[in-house]
Write a protein that binds this ligand. Sequence first.
Ligand SMILES: N[C@@H](CCC(=O)N[C@@H](CS)C(=O)NCC(=O)O)C(=O)O
Length: 206
Amino acid sequence: MEIVVGTKKWSSWSLRPWLALKHTGADFKETLVELRQVGQADELAKHSPSHLVPVLKDGDLVVWDSLAICEYLHEKFPQARLWPADPTLRALGRSAAAEMHSGFSSLRGECPMELETRKTVAISEATQNDVRRIVERWNQLLKRSGGPFLLGEWSIADAFYTPVATRFRTYGVHLSDYGDAGLAGSYGERLLETPEYLAWEADALA
Ligand SMILES: N[C@@H](CCC(=O)N[C@@H](CS)C(=O)NCC(=O)O)C(=O)O
């Protein structure tokens, strides 16, 4: 199995399925496409039907798009429990992952993933609303599951929110300013302490 990812300090979409793949414990080859470089378009076209990363290759099969890759890994490695067995929690987790995948565009545009950066920025009203909604979502799911991750054990939902946690750290966003009594803030820190995330970060900053 091979995963094609973009520059690790910037490619938030690549980080998500890479974490899920790490969690399966399967051996895999990793291919890196350096983004923001001359020749990037040709490299992307070589690997990816959508001309975007991430892409997963499994034999002849090519799966593109972060969410599709995570779902494929869930089906291929059921023992990894990338989604919980409980159908209600699974449905809530899928809703939260899909909400991230298709939404929070103001936060994504204004605060891109930059693992090498630390800066304080004044964020717009629209981005503040995104942060409030994320705090609400994290609190809702953590209270329901009992934590320590969104659905109890680590899942694809956590993969989808790990880049968000890096953005909060990079841009000095304090969740207590957005209605959090501490639960969401500690969860965000927990996401950045998993061995899988730390392995990605070590590569990204090497
Ligand atoms: N919806 C896609 C988004 C993928 C995406 O936008 N990837 C970025 C890197 S993080 C990319 O390939 N950018 C290259 C380009 O825009 O030329 C997914 O979830 O995989």
